[in-house]
Design a binder for this molecule. Structure first.
Ligand code: FAD
Ligand code: A2P
Length: 317
């Protein structure tokens, strides 16, 4: 739904909360229990992605994870060199108060990382281990991990534009739940990219918010089904141009923060589009790039000389 009446003029200070990190580490993990585990894409999607809730009761981690942080999972067993499998990180997808407001429950959103390379089918160790766990099963966890990828304490002073590809939506589910619960008045935009319509994650929840709240906007960029006017694929970054009527005033306000999460590499395209549309405040430029016209920046320059500014929060993997 559309309502651009709450855009601010002043640039507020970004006050990040102090958070706990690394209370448990790979050398000293804690044991938690699976509370629920269900598919959160359309059932017909070949990209099996699951919403997994972990019960932290008795672990010392109750109420500690904040949205934006990650949980470490230690899969059992050894790799081909006979060494214990390494820790993998998974973003918290519940709000800081806990899944369904319960401090002992933390959720994440896990995609089975399976792929065929040169005719050989490989299965990801930890994502499949986690996806196969059933309620009541125990697992070794660590964390919390991450101290900057967070909502600011003074959320009410900002608009938020969240760019997610695939499971990159995980932190934004929790963050948006928190913003909604706080009765956030500023603009909240979620731009979500996935290959097919069946891969939309938490679709009903986000569609419901968009329908119910004038300041919440849910934009889906379905790369292999939708096409831009010029026939090209729709990606999260193309939304900056494709939905410029909505996004330009929001991105142009100096109290807007941009968050992006998902596949490694997505940041370059977002930075390119932000630069081309004149939203340079979200970028920190290295070398002599500031002297060049953004329309002429090369891909190599975008990759190596553009970093997030303090108004941009990035988590790619
Ligand atoms: P691995 O066993 O590590 O394998 C990785 C990939 O390589 C797999 O696709 C596998 O099929 C393939 N492969 C295995 N062997 C070979 C081979 N010999 N040749 C070629 N390919 C091979 N993931 C999520 O799903 N949700 C999240 O919320 C999430 N959040 C993250 C947050 C952070 C901060 C980071 C850093 C990562 C996050 N990840 C998330 C990614 C996650 O940590 C894992 O990297 C991912 O699940 C893959 O781990 P795996 O053990 O299943 O796969
Ligand atoms: P595509 O694969 O059609 O090129 P998932 O994690 O579920 O696979 O979704 C990732 C989504 O991000 C897909 O729609 C994918 O499109 C899209 N994508 C691929 N490359 C980029 C990129 N460089 N920037 C943004 N989105 C991308």
């Amino acid at each position: 739904m559309s309502d651009n009446t709450t855009l601010g003029n002043a640039a507020p200070e970004i006050i990040l909360p102090e958070v706990e990190i690394n209370l448990f580490t790979p050398k000293k993990p804690t044991t938690a229990t699976i509370a629920e585990n269900y598919i959160c894409t359309d059932n017909s999607s070949p990209n099996v992605i699951r919403h997994i809730t972990i019960d932290l009761s008795g672990t010392g981690l109750e109420g500690v994870f904040r949205s934006g942080q990650s949980i470490g999972i230690l899969p059992p067993g050894e790799n081909e060199k006979g060494k214990p499998h390494k820790l993998r990180l998974y973003s918290v997808s519940s709000p800081s108060k806990g899944e369904q407001g319960q401090a002992h429950l933390v959720s994440t959103t896990v995609k089975r990382a399976n792929e065929e390379v040169d005719g050989v089918f490989y299965t990801g160790v930890c994502s499949n281990y986690l996806s196969n766990l059933k309620p009541g099963d125990s697992l070794q966890i660590t964390g919390p991990s991450g101290k900057r990828y967070l909502l600011p304490e003074n959320v009410e002073e900002f608009n938020f534009v969240f760019f997610a590809t695939g499971t990159g939506v995980a932190p934004f589910r929790g963050m948006i739940m928190e913003l909604i619960e706080a009765g956030h008045k500023g603009q909240i935009v979620l731009v979500f990219g996935c290959p097919y319509r069946t891969d939309l994650l938490y679709k009903e929840y986000f569609e419901g918010l968009d329908a119910m709240h004038l300041n919440v906007h849910y934009l889906t960029m379905i790369s292999r089904e939708d096409r831009r006017e010029n026939g090209a694929k729709k990606y999260v970054q193309t939304a900056i141009e494709d939905y410029s009527e909505l996004l330009s005033p929001i991105l142009g306000a100096n109290n807007t923060l941009v968050y992006l999460c998902g596949m490694k590499g997505m940041q370059t395209g977002i930075y390119e589009q932000l630069a081309k549309q004149g939203f340079l405040d979200y970028l920190s430029l290295r070398g002599d790039l500031a002297d060049k016209d953004p329309m002429e920046w090369t891909w190599e320059e975008l990759k190596t000389q553009v970093k997030p500014s303090e108004r941009t929060f990035e988590e790619v993997y």
